[in-house]
Ligand binder design. Structure first.
Ligand SMILES: Cc1ncc(COP(=O)(O)O)c(C=O)c1O
Length: 373
């Protein structure tokens, strides 16, 4: 049987067996609707609130500052649109609102994918209503200086949203020191189930709901909560709290073993992202004069799951906008591959990947019109 090695943890992670166990009662005897006031409902509510408390403690925030959503995507939408709508409604009358868009300023990144807090400062205008940033980029793993950017936001009294989907449970986050008003985080990146996530909303942050219906989640997000998923999310956080620090060290060593191993055996390879301020398990590599997809498919035949660092739109292969923004030349950017490691990754997996990459890239370069083999 072909060996199987999963190096795509930034896309999703396998649900931890203890998480599955924690979810099961909420599919069975604790099936009630957490909004119901009878015993069945109260049992479900207890599962919900235990998870909320655990996550709030992990973040060092109050329980009622956590709202559960259907995913990191919804948390981002609720955070960004919720603030935008609220401010818009306050700043202008509804009559003048009609169809007008918001002005969005994009701040550049340097060659490592890092945002300069001074650029954020310069981009702020008197009518700026929100600053939003990813805590770490999901493709190259660069960790952004959120504390400094938070300071800039605070100085100007602008609400600050951070997408921590790739960092929550992997590296420490201090929402208070960073002056964060809104923080998105998701379950399926940390060995919890898919379709469940959270948004931290600092007390006093003015925002509107974007989904209307019942009075769930203190009227900030209507819809019956995914109780089993949330119970699992709570368990996943508990496990991360226990394992995070040791795992970060272990996975960083494996990540470096991978990029150094490939670098030693394959010519014309570069590692993207910040050399040190980077997610523990993320190695984004560019193989010059090779197409990402060919590597991904070639490794797939070896039972290895990695992801292409480029997006395929309508048949045209485009380089990743992240790498382009970082100034990576096209002949390198087209050969980007993201390997993201996790709790199941072993040293022998890494060695198997290195052993598989070398002949594959050699073969691909031999048939490449611009190959450097
Ligand atoms: C930085 C970031 N934000 C948001 C999301 C979306 O999260 P979800 O899959 O839970 O909707 C992802 C998923 O890859 C991500 O990497």
């Amino acid at each position: 049987m072909t060996r199987r090695v999963y190096l795509d943890h930034n896309a999703s992670t396998p649900v931890h067996p203890e998480v599955i166990e924690a979810m099961l009662p909420y599919f069975g005897e604790r099936f009630g609707n957490p909004s119901s006031i009878h015993g069945f409902g109260r049992e479900a509510r207890e599962g919900l609130e235990t998870a909320r408390e655990r996550i709030a403690n992990f973040l060092g925030v109050a329980k009622d500052e956590i709202v559960f959503t259907s995913g990191g995507t919804e948390s981002d939408n609720l955070g960004v649109r919720g603030v935008a709508i609220e401010h818009h409604a306050v700043l202008r009358t509804c009559e003048t609102l009609g169809g007008q868009g918001f002005a969005v300023t994009y701040v550049p990144v340097d060659e490592y994918g890092t945002v300069d807090p001074d650029d954020v400062r310069r981009a702020i205008r008197p009518d700026t209503i929100l600053i939003t940033i990813m805590h770490a980029n999901s493709e190259v793993g660069t960790i952004e200086p959120v504390e400094e950017i938070g300071r800039v936001a605070r100085e100007h009294g602008v609400p600050f949203h951070v997408d921590a989907v790739q960092t929550f449970g992997k590296i420490p986050i201090d929402v208070n020191a960073s002056g964060i008003n809104l923080l998105s985080f998701s379950s399926h990146k940390i060995y919890g189930p898919k379709g469940v996530a959270g948004l931290y909303i600092r007390k006093g942050t003015r925002m509107a709901a974007i989904q209307h219906g019942g009075e769930h989640e203190r009227r900030r997000r209507a819809g019956t909560e995914n109780v089993a998923g949330i119970a699992g999310f709570g368990k996943a956080v508990e496990i991360r709290e226990r394992d995070m620090a040791a795992e970060a060290i272990r996975v960083t060593a494996l990540r470096d073993r991978l990029s150094e191993g490939i670098g030693a055996r394959v010519p014309d390879v570069r590692v993207n992202g910040h050399p040190t301020r980077r997610l523990p398990g993320t190695a984004s590599l560019c193989f010059r004069h090779v197409e990402s997809e060919s590597i991904v498919l070639g490794l797939d035949l070896k039972g290895i799951g990695v992801s292409a660092g480029s997006a395929c739109t309508s048949g045209n292969v485009e380089p990743s906008y992240v790498l382009v923004a970082m100034g990576v030349p096209l002949d390198w950017a087209m050969g980007a591959v993201r390997c993201s490691l996790g709790r199941g990754t072993l040293a022998e997996d890494i060695d198997y990947v290195i052993d598989s990459v070398e002949p594959l890239v050699r073969k691909l370069r031999a048939v490449s019109p611009v190959g450097t083999a």
